[in-house]
Design a protein around this ligand. Structure first.
Ligand code: ASP
Ligand code: MG
Length: 409
């Protein structure tokens, strides 16, 4: 008999009928002899609806009251689901975050979980009940309601699974797993049976918005096997786990991309100690996050710097960079916000040489100019003109055989 934590997102509980279908799924799981703790989101659209109402009064309402407000969405779902479970003969009990005491810090709207008291949950499970927990919310040491950030129910589920030492945390959503790349860009994208936490973090931070990133970090830290699967279709989904022997065959697990990038270059800056700090210091002070950074080899005692920022921050960064250029006596500032970053991700890179070369060869064949390159242990990223996004993703998908099942053994 296993202990499973299941999480159902907003679309999976978007209507009363869907809530009843979820109850049916849970009942079946219990009939297999498993104990089930269920974490739910608000019904789809509900959190936005609540925020919009508050915004009609004040677009910047007090953070404490905003959390009291948005946490109500999940409270509706836990009650409806428990009613649905009881109706079909599955004893159930619902709990808000403060009732089971999901203790968090006091950072409203982005609180972090500090501790979960599992005693109540355990005694309910021992009594044969399904425990239904409101996602996304907790309570601080003073008893104030807090929330965990948008998409935070994923993190609640993983934290519950960690606290209970559950056998698996299953995230039911509207996609049937994690894909080699976005199927809207490459229709040949294939669902992965497994992916490592590290790879998932890279894929997630690069824009595959299947799970809240924090939940993946949490699962990796506490070694909670995490599975993403569809609540609408049958199938095993994708298991996110630690690296093991079975996974070694795949060199590359996926291709992630990020459309929200912009590039800035400052040319002809004096090549002297401290210059990188003089340039990037003010950018950091303006709270602009810098992603890739490239400094060219100095020439005539001057050098060029190029870096990327989020596209929303492009105008602000450009303005700051112009001021810096005047101050340090740089020759010119140029920028481009029609760029994308495309990355190959795979733990297999650690043990295979030549992946970067194969990537660049694929781009060369398509005649695509690479503007920037960066690498980390399990990722190689290139910046190219936005118009090449589809072309490059498909070319790489083909070149690395991602549409085929990896060979066994
Ligand atoms: N209901 C919250 C949101 O919409 C939390 C969640 O769905 O995970 O962000
Ligand atoms: Mg979600």
């Amino acid at each position: 008999m296993a202990l499973i934590v299941q999480k159902y997102g907003g679309t999976s509980v978007g209507t009363v009928e869907r809530i009843q279908a979820v109850a049916e799924k849970i009942r079946k799981c219990r009939e297999n002899g498993d104990s089930v703790v269920v974490v739910v989101s608000a019904m789809s659209g509900e959190t936005n609806r609540l925020i919009d109402m508050a915004a009609q009064i004040d677009p910047h309402g007090p953070a404490r009251e905003m959390d009291v407000l948005v946490s109500t969405g999940e409270q509706v779902t836990i009650a409806l689901l428990s009613i649905a479970l009881e109706k079909i003969g599955a004893p159930a009990r619902s709990y808000t975050g403060s009732q089971i005491r999901i203790l968090t810090d006091d950072a409203y709207s982005k609180a972090r979980i500090l501790n979960i008291d599992d005693s109540r949950v355990r005694s309910d499970l021992d009594a044969g009940r399904v425990v239904v927990v409101a996602g996304f919310q907790g309570v601080d040491a003073e008893g104030n309601i807090t929330t965990l950030g948008r998409g935070g129910s994923d993190t609640t589920a993983v934290a519950m699974a960690a606290a209970l030492h559950a056998d698996e945390c299953q995230i039911f959503t509207d996609v049937d797993g994690v894909y080699t790349t976005d199927p809207r860009v490459e229709p040949k994208a294939r669902r992965l049976d497994r992916i490592t936490f590290e790879e998932m973090l890279e894929m997630a931070s690069l824009g595959s918005k299947i799970l809240q990133i924090r939940s993946v970090e949490f699962a990796g830290k506490y070694n909670v096997p995490l599975r993403v699967l569809s609540s609408f279709t049958e199938g095993g989904g994708t298991l996110i786990t630690f690296e093991d022997d079975e996974m070694e065959e795949a060199m590359i697990s996926g291709i992630a991309f990020n459309r929200d990038e912009a590039k800035l270059t400052i040319q002809g800056v004096p090549d002297r100690p401290g210059i990188a700090f003089e340039i990037l210091g003010p950018i950091g002070q303006a709270n602009i996050e810098v992603d890739m950074i490239v400094q060219n080899v100095g020439d005539n005692d001057t050098t060029d710097f190029t870096f990327t920022v989020h596209r929303n921050e492009y105008a602000k960064a450009l303005e700051i960079l112009r001021q810096i250029a005047a101050k340090v006596g740089a020759r010119k500032v140029v920028g481009d916000d029609k760029i994308v970053k495309i990355s190959l991700v795979g733990v297999g890179m650690r043990s295979h040489a030549g992946i970067a070369a194969a990537m660049f060869e694929a781009l060369a064949k398509e005649g695509v100019n690479i503007q920037m390159i960066s690498t980390s242990e399990i990722k190689i990223s290139v910046v190219v003109a936005e118009k090449y996004l589809e072309l490059v993703v498909r070319a790489l998908h083909e070149a690395f055989g991602l549409d085929r099942e990896p060979a066994m053994g």
